[in-house]
Design a binder for this molecule. Structure first.
Ligand code: KDG
Ligand code: MG
Length: 403
C-alpha cells in the first residue's frame, strides 16, 4: 500500500479545526487532527508545503519510521507547530492501520485494560453558588470528577469562567485578542474559599480539580497548593510554566496535593524530568501537540515506570480525532488516571462524525476499525476558516502576563 495524497482541510464549524486526510492507492484513507488554537494556518502550511510532499509514495503501515523521518530526519524538530503537524499525520496513519486490520486502535495498542475512561468536564461561574449549581447538574449527568473555576472578583475575564459571555473555555475571539485581567493576589484569595464552599455544600463524594493555567510563580503555587490541601483535590493542574520544571520541587516540598502538568509539552523530553523525579502525579500532554499516539504511548510507558498516571488534555480546541486517540490510549494503558472531555456542538459533530462518547461518567469508543471518526468534506467546506486569537492577559498595571 502507498500514500497517494495528503489533504489538509481547515474548517470552522463553531471554531477552527485543521484536519489531515491521508489517502492510499488501495482506497483506504485515514483522518488526523492538526489543530493548534490560534495558529491553525501555520500548521496547515507546514503540512501542505513541507510535510505532505515527503509522504507521497510511502507505505502508510510504517508509522514509527515515518514518525522518525519527520521528527529526526528533517533536522528542525519540536515546537508546537511541527509537533501538531506530526500528530495530524500520525493519527491519520494509525486510523489507516486500524481500518486495514479491521480493528479499533485500542486493540492495536495491546487491547483493553478497562471498560471505560473515567472522565471530567468543566464547571465554572461568576459566584461560588453558580459553580456549585453547575457541579450538581454535571453530577446528575453521571460525572464523578469535575474541574471547578470561579471568576476573580475585581477583575474581568478570569480563565475558565467565560460562561456569562456564552463562550467556551479557551475559545478564540475574532480579529484581535480579547484582553483579560489578572492579579495573582486576588486569585489566591478566592480559590481556597471556593473549595471550602464546594466541600461544605457538596460533601466529599465528588472528585474536584482546579486548573491554575501556569499563571503563578513557584512560591504562590506552593501557597495555593497548601491552602487547598484540606479540600482533597483530585489534582491541581499546571501550577507553573513548562520552562520552570525545577521549581516543581518547591511545590512538592510544601504539599502532598496531587499535581498534574503537561498540556504545553511537545516531546517526551519535556515531560521526562517531572516524571523521573516524581514531581507530578498526572502527566497531561496533548496528544495533538506532542506528535500523536506514537509519542504519547512512549510517554505513558515512561510514566508507568515512575508511578505517574495519565490525564491527556481534552479541550474543545482539538478535534474529535484527538479525543478519539485519547480514549483509545486510555483503554489500552495500565496507568490511565482520568480523561478531560468535551461535548462538541452539533455543527462540529455534523462535520466530524463518530469519536468517543460519554456514558455514566466514562468516555468510551466503539469497536469501529481505526480511530472511529470520519469527516463530511462537503459540509466542512461550507464552514470557512475565521481569523481568531486566544485571549491575552494583562495585570492591573497594564503589563503582559502568561495566559
Ligand atoms: O488552547 C488553549 C486551551 O486548550 C487550554 O486553555 C485548555 O487549559 C486547558 C484545559 O485544561 O483544558
Ligand atoms: Mg489546562
Amino acid at each position: 500500500m502507498k500514500i497517494t495524497n495528503v489533504k489538509v482541510l481547515v474548517t470552522c464549524p463553531g471554531r477552527n479545526y485543521v484536519l489531515v486526510k491521508i489517502e492510499t492507492d488501495e482506497g483506504l484513507y485515514g483522518w488526523g487532527d492538526a489543530t493548534l488554537n490560534g495558529r491553525e494556518l501555520s500548521v496547515a502550511s507546514a503540512l501542505e508545503n513541507h510535510i505532505a510532499p515527503l509522504l507521497i509514495g510511502r507505505d502508510p503501515d510504517r508509522i514509527e519510521d515515518t514518525w522518525q523521518m519527520l521528527f529526526r530526519g528533517t533536522y528542525w524538530r519540536g515546537g508546537p507547530v511541527l509537533m501538531t503537524a506530526l500528530a495530524g499525520v500520525d493519527l491519520a496513519l494509525w486510523d489507516i492501520k486500524g481500518k486495514r486490520a479491521g480493528l479499533p486502535v485500542y486493540s492495536l495498542l495491546g487491547g483493553k485494560t478497562r471498560e471505560g475512561a473515567l472522565a471530567y468536564s468543566h464547571c465554572s461561574g461568576e459566584s461560588f453558588e453558580e459553580v456549585e449549581d453547575c457541579i450538581r447538574e454535571r453530577m446528575e449527568q453521571g460525572f464523578k470528577v469535575l474541574r471547578a473555576q470561579v471568576a476573580v472578583p475585581g477583575t474581568h475575564g478570569t480563565y475558565g469562567t467565560a460562561v456569562k459571555r456564552g463562550e467556551a473555555v479557551g475559545s478564540v475571539r475574532e480579529a484581535a485578542p480579547f484582553v483579560e485581567q489578572w492579579e495573582p493576589s486576588l486569585y489566591l484569595k478566592v480559590v481556597p474559599p471556593l473549595f471550602e464552599h464546594l466541600r461544605s455544600t457538596l460533601g466529599d463524594e465528588i472528585a474536584l480539580l482546579h486548573d491554575i493555567h501556569e499563571r503563578l510563580n513557584p512560591v504562590q503555587a506552593s501557597q495555593l497548593a497548601r491552602a487547598l490541601e484540606p479540600y482533597n483535590l483530585f489534582f491541581l493542574e499546571d501550577p507553573l510554566r513548562p520552562e520552570h520544571k525545577e521549581s516543581f520541587r518547591l511545590i512538592r516540598q510544601h504539599t502532598t496535593i496531587p499535581i498534574a502538568m503537561g498540556e504545553l509539552f511537545h516531546t517526551r523530553w519535556d515531560a521526562l524530568p517531572l516524571i523521573t523525579e516524581q514531581l507530578i502525579d498526572f502527566i497531561r500532554c496533548d496528544i495533538g501537540h506532542i506528535g500523536g499516539l506514537t509519542e504519547a504511548r512512549k510517554i505513558a510507558a515512561i510514566a508507568e515506570t515512575y508511578n505517574v498516571q495519565t490525564a491527556w488534555h481534552g479541550p474543545g480546541d482539538i478535534a474529535p480525532m484527538t479525543h478519539a486517540a485519547n480514549v483509545h490510549l486510555d483503554m489500552a494503558i495500565p496507568n490511565f488516571g482520568v480523561q478531560e472531555m468535551t461535548f462538541f456542538p452539533e455543527a462540529t459533530q455534523e462535520v466530524i462524525t463518530g469519536g468517543p462518547y460519554f456514558e455514566d461518567g466514562y468516555m468510551k469508543v466503539t469497536d469501529a476499525p481505526g480511530l472511529g471518526t470520519d469527516v463530511n468534506e462537503a459540509l466542512a467546506a461550507k464552514y470557512e476558516y475565521k481569523s481568531a486569537y486566544l485571549p491575552m492577559v494583562r495585570r492591573f498595571d497594564g503589563s503582559v502576563h502568561d495566559w
